[in-house]
Ligand binder design. Structure first.
Ligand code: BGC
Length: 562
């Protein structure tokens, strides 16, 4: 129930005093213009004018836990060739990039986050040639591929660690964190699944090794320059193959010591070095999984161009939980103010509702399709990079079987059709399906114009057609209902007003548009989602513009005719 604790923590942070501070609506988060100080390497791909270094800013990502996406060879396990088969489905949905959870060889103590070989593919999923083909096919369809970079720790079966623990004299001994006794205590009480004891004694070398996570996952030692170079070379290996970026796992933990358990200043220094590797290629992205207080995670964006291009905004996800259960937007508004509004120019965030570490949002929303449609509009119309978790678009709920740990609830096979194996495999799936596979699946929803799937297709199409939603400035608009969220999104040549009812009851609200750029405009707001026209807007109605929304209703408005 970590999500619940985290939502409570987020709520208490909001209640006890994170003041909402100054809203700086003029902040420009669009990509920094290239100038002489930009770090793109002169002699590398950065000179290529055909590269688009900012592609990630407007792409709608799908996060895919490959083991559960589509099984092409009937062994009950999803694989790379299965993903290749399903690429057209993703293209039709409007997906512009895929983040793949780890696909490296792994003994699977942590579902692949214990990497046994950084430069190979897990045979359960296919071969390096399959991966090359995936890159080619995806790129042909305009879909980028981002891998999981698990560089805080490796598997204890990784040859790097096998050497490290073979003797104190081995040149790689120092690639991991060893101590004659436990040197510091950094356990995380919110992550009981990893155990509380972070140091394990090794008989061969007569020392303890450090593991923030499980004992099978020893931490890499970033004090060692050879290790740092080896990690950079792993990144280059995949970039050379054509990989478009990395989601950096647990990136706030790279350096730990008695003074800093996370967010160590040296971690920032290393991430800046790593950013230079991306800049050697010109169009590769790092999205950091970093956790902590809003002001700490913002630091991972550096000055907006010299550290990570984007961070996963956990604080905003906790704001989603709080807002959805309290039926009011203020936790989201507050989290936007504490995070996105304070990013350096050019810095952005990844916005998600569900991922492989949490219970699926659709389950938390009690399988209510209308509620889920509303929350998806929140996610897909906020600024930043939207990460949709596979199956979220058809309303997969949480599973019940545990193979590795409780998080398997959100890692069950994709629902492709209503057959007994949900069209995922021809045999027994590696883990039991989520219970709602007969009603919430691609085949059933495809033909229903009102389905969640067709809703996602429509909203993603709007998002892709109007980049102002991903990149424009964000201005919260005051409404006279505690249940109504409104924000104006503005770029140089476009603007959209999003209005959303967080309540299970219809709402009549008025919006004060007078301080916004729509305050001085005249026209008819038209909903891009339904085509409906709203009352005329002019100088008289702007201060109390009326909006009427059904339960969990929403509109994405453009202003026509001024
Ligand atoms: C991943 C988890 C994983 C942990 C250790 C994370 O934050 O998202 O799934 O267990 O890192 O690698």
């Amino acid at each position: 129930m970590k999500w619940f604790l985290l939502a409570l923590l987020a709520l208490s942070a909001l209640i006890c005093g994170c003041s909402s501070g100054d809203v700086n609506n003029d902040d420009d988060h669009s990509a920094p213009a290239d100038d002489d100080t930009h770090a793109v390497d002169d002699d590398a791909a950065g000179d290529d004018d055909t590269l688009n270094p900012d592609w990630y800013r407007t792409a709608t990502f799908m996060q895919i836990f490959l083991r559960s996406f589509y099984d092409s060879n009937g062994d009950g396990i999803g694989d790379l060739r299965g993903l290749i088969v399903k690429l057209p489905y993703l293209a039709e949905l409007g997906i512009g990039a895929i983040w793949l959870n780890p696909i490296y060889p792994s003994p699977f103590f942590d579902s692949g986050y214990d990497v046994a070989d950084y430069e190979a593919i897990n045979p359960d999923y296919g071969t390096l040639d399959d991966f090359r083909e995936l890159l080619d096919r995806a790129h042909e369809l305009g879909i980028r591929i981002v891998m999981d970079g698990v560089f805080n720790h490796s598997s204890w079966e990784n040859p790097w660690f096998v050497e490290s623990r073979s003797s104190r004299d081995n040149p790689k001994h120092d690639w991991y964190v060893w101590g004659d006794e436990p040197l510091f205590d950094c356990h995380d009480p919110l992550e009981p699944e990893f155990g509380q004891d972070r140091w394990t004694f090794d008989e061969t070398v007569g020392q303890y090794y450090y593991h923030f996570f499980r004992e099978q996952m020893p931490d890499l030692n970033y004090e060692n320059a050879d290790l740092r170079e080896a990690v950079k070379n792993v990144v280059r290996f995949w970039f050379d193959l054509g990989v478009d970026g990395f989601r950096l796992d647990a990136a706030h933990l790279y350096y730990q010591d008695a003074e800093y358990c996370w967010n160590h200043p040296k971690t920032h220094a290393f991430l800046k070095e790593l950013r230079q590797v991306a800049d050697e290629y010109g169009d590769r992205v790092f999205v950091g999984e970093v956790a902590g207080a809003p002001e700490k995670v913002i630091e991972y964006l550096g000055d907006g161009r010299d550290e990570l291009q984007a961070i996963i905004n956990f604080n905003l996800t906790y704001g989603f939980y709080a807002s959805y259960f309290l039926h009011t937007p203020w936790p989201i508004e507050t989290m936007m103010d504490l995070t996105y509004e304070r990013f350096p120019p050019g810095g952005t965030h990844a916005v998600y509702q569900s991922n492989h570490d949490f219970y699926r949002m659709f389950g938390l929303l009690l399988g209510d399709d209308d509620w889920a449609k509303m929350t998806s509009v929140v996610q897909l119309t906020l600024p930043g990079i939207a990460f949709v978790y596979y199956g979220e678009e058809v309303g997969m709920t949480n599973g019940h079987e545990v193979v590795v740990d409780y998080r398997d609830a959100a890692r069950t096979p994709m629902h492709w059709d209503a057959s007994p194996t949900a069209g995922f495999t021809t045999r027994e799936p590696w883990i039991a399906l989520a219970p709602n596979h007969a009603t919430h699946n691609v085949a059933v929803e495809d033909g229903d114009p009102h389905s969640l799937l067709n809703h996602y297709r429509r909203v993603i199409a709007i998002r892709n057609a109007r980049p102002v939603l991903a990149e424009g400035s964000y201005t919260p608009v005051v409404a006279d209902s505690n249940h109504v969220f409104a924000d104006l999104r503005q770029s140089a040549d476009d603007s959209l007003l999003v209005v959303i009812n967080f309540s299970a009851k219809p709402q009549e609200a008025t919006l004060d548009l007078s301080p916004t750029s729509w305050g001085g405009r005249v026209g008819t707001p038209r909903d891009l989602y339904s085509g409906a026209e709203l009352p005329h807007l002019d100088a008289f109605s702007a201060a109390a513009y009326p909006v009427s929304l059904p339960a969990y209703g929403f509109v994405i408005l453009e202003l026509v005719g001024d």
